[in-house]
Structure formats: C-alpha cells, structure tokens
Ligand binder design. Structure first.
Ligand code: GDP
Ligand code: MG
Length: 410
C-alpha cells in the first residue's frame, strides 16, 4: 500500500530525527534539522595567549584532518570563538569568529572546520539550548611527574581541580556530562574517545594538554600554511608597509599563490628595506628578566643590527607601554622608527596580527626568546621563503643561546 509505505517512511524519519536530535534540541524540536555530522569542540586554559591558542588549534586541526577518509569522517571541528583574552586591553563585547583573523576558506582546505555560528546553523540551535553530550577536561596525570613514567596514556579520573568549563560564555550551552580525563599523548590519540562513543557533540577542554602528533613534519606545515590571515588584516598591513616602509610584495619577492596548496617552497624572499623587531614586554619583562633585555639594552642591540645591515628604518612590534616605547624611540632617534598604532575600530587581536604581518615582511627580523608571538612570525617567514639567517634571531638578555631553527618542510 503506497499510503502505508509513505506513513511508515514518515514515522521512520521522525524516529531517526528523534534519536539524532534528542540530546541536542531541547526546545523547539520542530526547528531541528537532521544533520549527519558529529562535532568536536575544544577550548584552552583561559590565561593562555592568542599565539599559543593558534598552536593548540593546529594540534586539533591535524587531528580532524586525519579523521577524513576514516570511519570517523563525519566529525567536524568547531572553532572556539574568541572571547576576552588576558593580553587584550580593549575588551570585546561578544564572541569573535575566526574569520575576523583568518581566511576561513584556507583553513577549510586543510581540515573540516566550521565556525560556531555555522554549527548553530547546521543544527538550527538558535532559539534552543545546546547540551554538549560529552565533555572531557584534560589534565596531566598526577603520578606521572612523581614517578617520571611518561608513557602515553589516558584515563578518566577524579578531577585534580574543579572543572570550570565556560562554554565560550554562551548562556545557552551547557552539559550534564563533564568528566576529567588524565591524558598524556598526542592530540590524535583522542580518537580513542571518539571511537566507542555515539555522542553527536564532544568537547575537549584544556586541549593544550594534548601534544602535537609530530611537531614540524609536513602535515604540521600544511596546517600552518592553511592559517592564512584574513584579507582585511593583510590589506591594513600592506597599506602601512607601502606608506612607511617602502615595502610591497612585488618588490620584496614575497608573492605567494592564492591557494596555499600551490606553494612550492622557494627560498627567494628578499623582504622590505627595514629591520623588524618583536620586543615582548609586560609579563615577559617581569617573569623572564634573564631572557629579555631592558629598553636600553634592546635599543643598543637594535642599533648594532641597523649598522650591520646598513639600514636606517626599523619597525617595532611590541606590547610595551607608551612610556617604554617613547624611551626606545628616543634612544633610536638617529633612525626612522615605526610602530603600528592601529585605528579605533580594530581589536587588539587584529592589531597584533597586523604587527606580525609587518614583521614577517622585513628584510631581517629579530624577536623575543621563547615568545610564541615571535615563533608565529618566524613560521610566516619560513612560508614566504626568507633565508634562515634573516629569521631566527633574538634579542639577548643576560642569556643569549641561539634560537632553535624550525625549517619548513613540504
Ligand atoms: N600588538 C601587539 N601585541 C603584542 C605584541 N607582543 C605581545 N602582544 C600581545 O600579548 C599577547 C602575548 O601572548 P601570546 O600570543 O601567547 O604570545 P607569548 O606570550 O609571547 O608567547 C599577544 O597575543 C598580544 O595580544 C606585539 O608586538 N604587538
Ligand atoms: Mg603566552
């Protein structure tokens, strides 16, 4: 009977829809769309800065990338929206999507990532409450540091600290299934959690506990190359470079293909006719006095470099206070000194990226010891193909070992 068939099919669809959507659409069931996808969320220890967060993103983007073409290929990685960070002085009033900083199309060419709003849209959550099916708060094994036994492992254990998952400050997201997962291993090991689970949504908090699968291999660099900055931020940097630093991609030899997948790795970048400096202050100037110079020492090292390079223009990226920066400027008064001050409409995060872009295009770069802000600039220069000796340089404190060289591989 065709009618019965139709009725049965309808019932079956409703049944399917109910099991699929049961956990996630609490109110307003009718508005729920059927989606065949499952979702990995992650979040990072709140005090961590932007550039460490970019590194954690890579660990999870690589994890999700490796799920493609496996039995877990219906998982997508939901990008954790940006909320106020410790280093951002100008507060943001809402969750910021990744497209504010990065080119989403490029990210998606590497890994099945989506923005939070795309997730909301896919499951039509807008007016409903979202309950994450399973939350795992990663923590280090307590006994590992006592016994020195660093085998890879994971185990649901008592929480060492009371978990404070904030769900990106959305007041319509919760979970009633939060566990602590003692973990020592690589991000991709987390598929052991995905495999036996039939949850549609899984959140890993304190994701920074999971390590890179393989730091510095070609997959690492693919993930890294896919993290192209948004066109808007690139434009701000380009205007500044052209206006103050006599720098353009054509003249500097820094034109890259539109698609990062087409990059071949030529070491032919020349860079603009300026020295760029990343001078990390604030918490580094307090907590790492041995490794970072004071302002006078920084100035004399910069002058030495300018003389050696026969340059008279320097671009300073720094989180220094205005007072410190003015002191530096005075000490460098024989030279043209530039800093990007930004405009009112730019977020602190955007200004920081524009600083990084301008630094990465200089003929010669010198950074701050063990700052992830500096590391990201060095990677950018590796991608553009600068000679290594122009990139892996640091300002000296009392200590001055040479920075590690992380060469790009394809
Ligand atoms: N605009 C700007 N911000 C900076 C600079 N250096 C540090 N910051 C800010 O301070 C934060 C430092 O945190 P993070 O990104 O984790 O780098 P790290 O702490 O140096 O390893 C950055 O994200 C920026 O918000 C700089 O040169 N320019
Ligand atoms: Mg930091």
């Amino acid at each position: 009977m065709p009618n019965r068939l139709i009725a049965n099919s309808l019932l079956f669809i409703i049944f399917l829809k109910t099991i699929l959507m049961n956990e996630v659409c609490e109110i307003n069931q009718n508005s729920c769309k059927i989606t065949k996808y499952r979702y990995i969320f992650y979040d990072v220890n709140p005090p961590e800065g932007f550039n460490l967060r970019r590194d954690v993103y890579m660990r999870f983007a690589i994890f999700a990338h490796k799920l493609k073409n496996t039995e877990l290929s219906n998982f997508k990685l939901v990008l954790p929206p940006w909320t106020n960070l410790y280093h951002w002085k100008k507060k943001v009033s809402t969750q910021i999507p990744w497209s504010h900083f990065f080119d989403l199309k490029s990210l998606k060419r590497f890994s099945p990532v989506i923005e939070m709003y795309e997730f909301f849209d896919e499951v039509n959550y807008k007016f409903t409450k979202t309950k994450i099916d399973e939350v795992y708060v990663l923590q280090h094994f307590r006994e590992m540091f006592q016994t020195g036994n660093f085998e890879d492992k994971m185990l649901i254990e008592d929480c060492i600290r009371k978990p404070k998952t904030n769900f990106y400050y959305y007041n319509n997201i919760t979970s009633d299934n939060i566990k602590c997962l003692s973990f020592h291993g690589y991000a991709s090991d987390l598929k052991k959690i995905l495999k036996p689970s039939n949850a549609q949504t899984i959140l890993f908090d304190h994701a920074e506990v999971a390590l890179h699968d393989r730091f510095g291999d070609n997959i690492y660099w693919k993930a890294r190359r896919s993290m192209r900055f948004s066109n808007e931020l690139k434009r701000f940097a380009a205007v500044f470079r052209s206006k103050y630093l006599n720098s353009s991609d054509l003249a500097d030899g820094t034109i890259l293909p539109d698609d990062w997948e087409a990059e071949t790795g030529k070491r032919t970048a020349k860079g603009g006719p300026y020295l760029s400096v990343h001078l990390r202050r604030r918490d580094f100037a307090i907590g790492r006095t041995k490794d970072v110079p004071n302002i006078e020492e920084a100035a004399s090292q910069i002058i030495e470099l300018l003389r050696k390079l026969n340059l008279n223009v320097v671009f300073i990226a720094t989180d220094a206070t205005i007072k410190e920066y003015e002191q530096l400027e005075r000490l460098l008064s024989d030279y043209k000194v530039h800093r990007f001050f930004g405009v009112e409409s730019l977020t602190d995060g955007a200004v920081a990226i524009i600083d990084q872009i301008i630094c990465s295009h200089a003929q010669y770069f010198v950074g701050t010891h063990e700052s992830t802000f500096t590391f990201r600039i060095q990677e950018e220069r590796e991608i553009m193909g600068f000679p290594e000796h122009t990139t892996f340089n640091r300002l000296c404190g009392d200590t001055c070992e040479k920075p590690s060289i992380w060469r790009i591989v394809y």
